[in-house]
Structures are given as C-alpha cells and as structure tokens.
Design a protein. Structure first.
Length: 122
C-alpha cells in the first residue's frame, strides 16, 4: 500500500506546483498567498509519503485529496485532476492492502513449507 500511495502523492506534488503557476495569473489572489498555500500542500504531499502507514496518515491523505479537489474553485481543471488523484488514492489504498495481504499469505505459506521440509529431513 505504501508504494502505491506514495506514488500518488509524488504525482500530486508536481500537479500542485503546476497548478500554482496557473493560479498566479488569477488577479484576485496574491502571489504570496498562492505560494504559501501551494507550498504547504506540496510539503504535505512529500511528508505524507513517510506517514502513510502511521496512525492518521491515511486521513491526512484524504484531507489532501479533498483540498486538491476544492482548489478547482481557483483553477477549474483541478476539479478533474482532484477527482482523478482522489481515485488513484483510493486505488492505492484498496489494492495496496490486497497486495500486502497476498504477500503475508505467501510468506506464511513459504514458512509452512520450510517447517515441513525441516521436519521431514530431521
């Protein structure tokens, strides 16, 4: 799960940066505001890569997904990109957990085979 979710977050890092470049052109918003908000979101996406498996990591990831979607009120294409990355985030969690479970089952099966092999040779 960690790898899939971290890949999504790294992609979001770049999308947030490019969206900031588009948002700078908005006359109602100062460049300082754009860079502060974008900088916080970009830092959050990088920091979350290491926090995915910790308590609250997935909830913070969902908060970032919601924020990314809501940034569509400033840069309209972000509604689409926010929904896309939200879907990728969900897939990373859902399928990542399945992969983790399959790895655990395989490790248990291999341990069982090793124990049976050791018992037979003893």
């Amino acid at each position: 799960m960690r790898t899939l979710c971290a890949s999504t977050l790294i992609g979001e890092f770049f999308v947030i940066g490019f969206a900031a470049l588009v948002a700078i052109k908005e006359p109602d918003i100062s460049q300082t505001t754009v860079w502060i908000v974008s900088g916080i979101a970009m830092a959050m996406s990088i920091l979350l890569c290491g926090m995915i498996t910790r308590p609250g990591g997935l909830a913070l990831g969902w908060a970032l997904q919601i924020g990314l979607f809501l940034s569509g009120f400033v840069v309209p294409v972000m509604f689409f990109l926010g929904a896309l990355f939200g879907g990728l985030w969900w897939c990373g969690i859902h399928f990542g957990r399945k992969v983790d479970e399959a790895k655990q089952q395989r490790a248990a099966y291999e341990a069982q085979l090793a124990a049976e092999s050791a018992a037979e040779s003893a």
